[in-house]
Design a protein around this ligand. Structure first.
Ligand SMILES: *Cc1c(COP(=O)(O)O)cnc(C)c1O
Length: 381
């Protein structure tokens, strides 16, 4: 192991204003879930995204769970979901006892393949069935192709849950990522572009649904002097202290996006010339935040594998990781049905086998990034 400080994929990066908002919570003794920071954080995020409203929650996973409940997903219902993603996108489907069906990626955005989605809908329609919801994930800072995906979902009249945990601040056309489905979900986990150490948000234009989400997220307590309950509820609200961190972080979000994109530009400028390397493409339909710089390496041209590269960088205390292992390849989902892109090509599997995520933290110094790049050049030589 080298003596260098570890260079992380993406670590928390405070802007400086966070402690001011936290101090306010302490001064007013609002060390509780809910309070002024929570209300303000919700309206500030809704304003930033240009959507009707937002509910601050304890995690992005909780936001996905509540959106499925709001859409009436119950035991044995079918839910379509992107396969190339973090397990949190699909775990809430299992919480509801519903059945996930996984949809492949398209090669040029790495996000859900409209071809595979259409085939899945048709196959189920032929059996007289359709899913209750489609969970569409925006990977590594880039939106999926909603015009095409939404057209298919609208045709079958099935609502979209947009998992924008990795794409806060990205755009699709003129719209902000997170506002393209019936519900959007955000995450403020420690590795995301902005963080509250842990937290999430549910966003929508449907204010009535958001008010039901607040109800479910606070143990589904009914209006009464005593404790009255009619539904199963959850303890899913964000604390007022953590919402203070979120408010400070939101103030530097645009700066972080700029920095993430510069980190990508530098990798791309320095490494694109190497034969057998290809960075994640950015589609012209929107702007990616480049939350993580990711690339695929072709072992046949490079003569070595992703795991060799990760091991090589690890010796110098540099963190790099494979691209998400697709959920249809996980033992947890071994019985799940899967629809590949087209022509028998399993795109998400190929991206997993060839893909690698590079250190992309906005608090990484210029010298540190140069060091990573030099080590990579040495490896590819
Ligand atoms: C991080 C992440 C989540 C989950 O968010 P948490 O706040 O950690 O629960 C969901 N989906 C994707 C794609 C993520 O990357």
């Amino acid at each position: 192991m080298s003596n260098r400080d570890r260079i992380y994929l993406s670590s928390p990066h405070m802007g400086g204003l966070e402690q001011q908002y936290i101090a306010e919570a302490f001064e007013t003794n609002w060390i509780a879930p809910l309070g002024k920071n929570v209300d303000a954080f919700e309206s500030e995020v809704a304003n930033y995204l240009g959507c009707g409203g937002a509910v601050a929650l304890s995690s992005g996973t909780a936001a996905i769970h509540l959106s499925l409940i709001l859409l009436g997903v119950e035991k044995d219902d079918i839910v379509f979901c992107s396969s190339l993603t973090f397990v949190a996108s699909a775990n809430p489907i299992l919480y509801q006892g519903a059945i996930p069906v996984f949809i492949d990626s398209e090669p040029d955005s790495w996000n859900m393949s409209p071809e595979a989605l259409e085939r899945a809908f048709k196959t189920y329609a032929d059996k007289g069935k359709k899913p209750k919801a489609v969970v569409i994930v925006n990977l590594y800072g880039q939106s999926a192709d909603y015009d095409r995906l939404k057209k298919i979902c609208d045709y079958y009249e099935v609502p979209i849950v947009e998992d924008a945990a990795e794409s806060l601040g990205a755009t699709y056309g003129k719209q902000m990522s997170g506002t393209l489905g019936k519900f959007g979900i955000l995450s403020f986990n420690g590795n995301k572009i902005i963080t509250t150490s842990g937290g999430g948000m549910l966003v929508s234009d449907d204010l009535e649904a958001l008010s039901r989400a607040r109800h479910y997220a606070t143990q589904a307590r009914e209006k009464a002097i005593h404790y009255q309950h009619e539904d199963v509820g959850f303890n899913y609200r964000l604390s007022n202290v953590l919402a203070g961190i979120g408010r400070g972080q939101l103030r530097v979000l645009d700066e972080r996006i700029q920095q993430k994109r510069e980190i990508f530009e530098k990798y791309s400028y320095e490494l694109s010339g190497i034969d057998g390397i290809q960075f994640m493409p950015e589609k012209s339909f929107g702007k990616s935040t480049r939350w993580l710089t990711t690339m695929i390496i072709d072992p046949e041209i490079i003569g070595t594998s992703v795991s060799d590269l990760i091991g090589y960088l690890g010796k110098d205390n540099i963190e790099s990781r494979p691209v998400w292992k697709p959920l249809h390849l996980q033992p947890l989902f071994k019985d799940a049905v899967y629809y590949a892109h087209e022509g028998g090509l399993d795109i998400s599997k190929i991206l997993f086998e060839k893909g690698v995520c590079l250190p992309s933290g906005t608090n990484m110094s210029v010298d540190e990034q140069s060091f990573v790049i030099n080590q990579m050049k040495a490896f590819f030589r």
